[in-house]
Write a protein that binds this ligand. Structure first.
Ligand SMILES: *Cc1c(COP(=O)(O)O)cnc(C)c1O
Length: 463
């Protein structure tokens, strides 16, 4: 048994190229082979159990091998696994679109399916661009995005991404995008707190929009409340409220990328609800199938949909497709996810867990290497610093975040750093005991930093 376990890793490295990885790192620390999952736990080939502290890259909502989702997937696979979605339809897609529109922010009545987050962003950008051409007969060639934003890795999605780590090497092949400074609440340049904040920092975007000329901008794309890949950079709902008003005045689309923050992570089904706003286009993926299958949706307003409606010869159609658009297995899972949210009162049950996470994070604030504690719903984060007083980061060559997360594994918690930021994004169904075990493991793992006297500058972060 043990021999087979050992041998499976070189087999992996012989042919596989892992995502978002320097493959050379695996020569020293091979990938952990997971053989099964149950609830919030994952089990490796040696039987060691890990609590999934980051929902397997922000996708899992209701635990691994969830009995209800398993049942729905098995049932749907016996009935219809796939059919092309142009000219054909099926009940899981119809029922899901109905259910999704019912719970989505008001005004978003049209549902376009794609099959992963990046492709949902691509579709939303193309819709926004084509809308301008067809509505006013005039090109609006630009998009505005926020620094530090993350919208996926395909070329269009990467173009609106504001993280140099992912985009710099491709800069020659990206489309033109203007970037405004993202909110920076951890050290607010206006000296405000999230409570006293009036979104003063939106001025960066306002000035940019004026300078660029609003009539040259198709849309503004943001991640509501949390820029997850940007070290969990969090900002209050008032920013979204004012951004919505700005987009209305400038007649520019507001594109909300809720691929990570949607489906309950912030304590509401959608993050936009905290601000009481509706975007013009809403991108959803990740948790949409509870973490079971790649699937995504772009929700659009009737106004946007209407700009594409006409005779075939008008050339107004949205001729965008993916082979697996509207896949019945994924749609059936997505529908069951909404049933589970309602039937099992998931959002209500999360409330004490959100409070508990807050308490555990606050307790960590006394730790000598912990700074910048922040939380939105069931997403919590802090930064590792080697000197609390000055906020001095660890030397980047130490890869302190990686050191802590490697240690967390040995204490039974799956965490993955964003540079030297450690964050927690457990499945929404995490129990009180499991949350405690997750934080206990993280606290123990901080011990791996020793006394942390080494000094140096921080570095760019890797998702
Ligand atoms: C993960 C993510 C994406 C990209 O989704 P993929 O399915 O990985 O292509 C886009 N936007 C945000 C906010 C994300 O977190």
């Amino acid at each position: 048994m043990k021999a087979r376990v050992m041998e499976s890793v070189p087999r992996d490295l012989r042919h596989l190229w892992h995502p978002c990885s320097q493959m050379k790192d695996y020569a020293e620390t091979p990938p952990v082979k997971i053989v099964r999952g149950r609830g919030v736990h994952l089990y490796d080939a040696t039987g060691q159990c890990y609590i999934d502290g980051i929902s397997s890259w922000w996708v899992n909502l209701f635990g691994h091998a969830n009995p209800r989702l398993n049942r729905v997937l098995a049932r749907q696979s016996r009935t219809l696994e796939h059919v092309l979605f142009a000219g054909f339809t099926h009940e899981p897609a119809v029922a899901y679109a109905e259910a999704l529109v019912r719970v989505a922010p008001p005004g978003l009545t049209k549902v376009f399916f794609a099959d992963n987050g990046s492709s949902a962003v691509e579709a939303a950008l193309k819709m926004s661009y084509q809308y301008a051409v067809q509505k006013a007969g005039k090109k609006r060639p630009l998009f505005i995005a926020l620094s530090g934003g993350y919208h996926g890795e395909t070329v269009g999605a990467l173009s609106v991404g504001g993280l140099p780590l992912y985009r710099t090497v491709y800069s020659g092949m990206l489309m033109p995008v203007r970037f405004a400074a993202a909110p920076a609440c951890l050290s607010c340049p206006y000296g405000k707190t999230p409570v006293s904040c009036d979104a003063e920092c939106l001025s960066s975007l306002k000035i940019l929009l004026r300078k660029t000329g609003a009539d040259r901008v198709a849309g503004i794309i943001v991640e509501p409340l949390v820029q997850c890949a940007n070290r969990m950079n969090m900002y209050p709902p008032v920013y979204l409220k004012k951004l919505r008003a700005l987009c209305d005045r400038a007649r520019v689309h507001l594109i909300a990328d809720e691929i990570a923050v949607g489906f309950g992570r912030t304590g509401r089904l959608f993050a936009c609800e905290h601000a009481g706003i509706s975007p013009d286009l809403l991108c959803l993926s990740k948790g949409i199938t509870g973490g079971y299958m790649p699937f995504s949706a772009v929700l659009a307003t009737q106004d946007i949909f209407d700009a594409f409606y006409g005779d075939w010869h008008s050339g107004r159609a949205f001729l965008h497709s993916h082979s697996y658009t509207g896949n019945p297995l994924a749609a059936a899972l997505a529908l069951e996810v909404l049933h589970i949210f309602r039937g099992e009162r998931i959002l209500a049950k999360m409330k004490p867990r959100i409070t508990q996470m807050g308490e555990r994070l606050r307790a960590l604030s006394r730790h000598p290497f912990v700074s910048g504690i922040r939380q939105t719903g069931l997403i919590g984060a802090f930064d590792l610093v080697c000197d609390k007083e000055s906020g001095q980061p660890f030397a980047s060559r130490l890869r302190a975040g990686r050191v802590v997360c490697r240690a967390a594994l040995t204490h039974g918690a799956l965490l993955r750093p964003l540079g030297d930021t450690i964050y927690f994004m457990p499945p929404l169904v995490v129990s009180e005991r499991e949350m405690d075990r997750l934080f206990d493991a993280a606290v123990k793992a901080l011990g791996a930093l020793g006394t942390g006297r080494a000094r140096g500058r921080g570095d760019q972060v890797q998702k």
